[in-house]
Design a protein around this ligand. Structure first.
Ligand code: GRG
Length: 295
């Protein structure tokens, strides 16, 4: 089967898993549940849960324990997009091809929907405890999920990014932002897949290192698309970085250098994959496909 077809089928299967864990739209508080589902159901590439599942398979995992974590990861990612779009952050009105949550439901509901999705993610991941597998590895996976989302991960990266808007950045600061704001959730996805499949500590570490490189490459590609693709293709506004006075790899080094860096980081990651105790051709192809992604 062609890779594109395989990816489409995989995305459909991942969507089915995520939908099983979404909250029912009922109760006095249902407006927030509706806003949570609105943002998740708008689509998205589902890259993080796909990477988690494929890493789990790479290390020969074959139970359903990974599924609540896949849904949890997409919830955390989506919660960050909801908050990222708020007027006090990027002030964007288009995401995943539809109105952003604050534009559709108001700022108050968007703050609450982001908060609620973040916490519902941990409620969802905790459902793994009922699947009769080692509670120790579930606990470890939850620790990684929390660490990489919080001040030592995504929130940390976003903090420096927001604080430094309109100012120049050193290479070290830019790297900190990319490694944390974007790569940390990809890192967590691979590490959790490995942990749940009982991979060795060295394989978990290596998985994190590979995903960090892919994550930084992914963010640089995002910067490139921000200045080269149109809003219709992206499903979100282009030139958002310029509007928000963001220093990016592209604004610092130009598009050609950015393209080269994406390729270099991807090559390094693919090379490191050969050191893992296991192989997954689909995952390798997925990483390679990200180099040239158009949305
Ligand atoms: C609510 C925990 C929490 C944190 C809020 C706002 C914020 C802190 C963090 C923002 C992080 C962020 C939006 C980073 C950008 C990462 C990025 C390139 C996202 C786009 O990911 P895709 O292309 O999106 O995978 P789809 O829509 O396909 O899922």
């Amino acid at each position: 089967m062609r890779f594109e077809e395989e990816l489409r089928l995989e995305t459909d299967r991942v969507n089915e898993i995520i939908h099983r864990y979404l909250p029912a739209e009922e109760g006095f508080q249902r407006t927030v549940n509706i806003a949570m589902n609105y943002s998740i159901n708008a689509g998205g590439k589902r890259l993080r849960p796909i990477i988690m599942q494929e890493t789990y398979r790479l290390f020969d995992g074959h139970s359903r324990i990974v599924e609540p974590f896949m849904a949890a990861m997409e919830m955390i990612h989506t919660s960050s997009l909801i908050h990222d779009d708020l007027p006090c952050m990027d002030n964007d009105e288009l995401r995943r091809g539809q109105k952003t949550v604050w534009a559709a439901f108001g700022e108050d509901m968007a703050v609450l929907a982001g908060d609620a999705l973040l916490l519902y993610a941990f409620e969802t991941a905790a459902k793994a405890f009922s699947l009769h597998e080692s509670p120790l590895k579930i606990g470890k996976a939850m620790q990684v999920l929390a660490e990489k989302s919080g001040i030592n991960g995504m929130v940390g990266g976003q903090t420096l990014d927001v604080e430094k808007s309109g100012e120049g950045l050193s290479e070290e600061e830019l790297d900190y932002i990319y490694v944390n704001k974007t790569a940390a959730l990809l890192e967590a996805s691979m590490m959790i897949g490995a942990i749940l499949a009982d991979a060795s500590n060295e394989d978990v570490r290596l998985s994190g290192e590979i995903a960090r490189k892919i994550g930084v490459a992914f963010q640089i590609r995002d910067d490139i698309l921000d200045v080269t693709a149109d809003a219709e293709t992206l499903g979100k506004p282009s030139f958002s970085d310029e509007k928000n006075n963001k220093t990016t790899f592209v604004s610092l080094h130009g598009i050609e250098a950015a393209e080269r860096r994406v390729q270099e980081l991807t090559d390094e990651a693919i090379h490191l994959m050969q050191r893992l105790t296991g192989e997954n051709r689909f995952l390798t192809q997925l990483f390679l496909s990200l180099v040239g992604r158009e949305k």
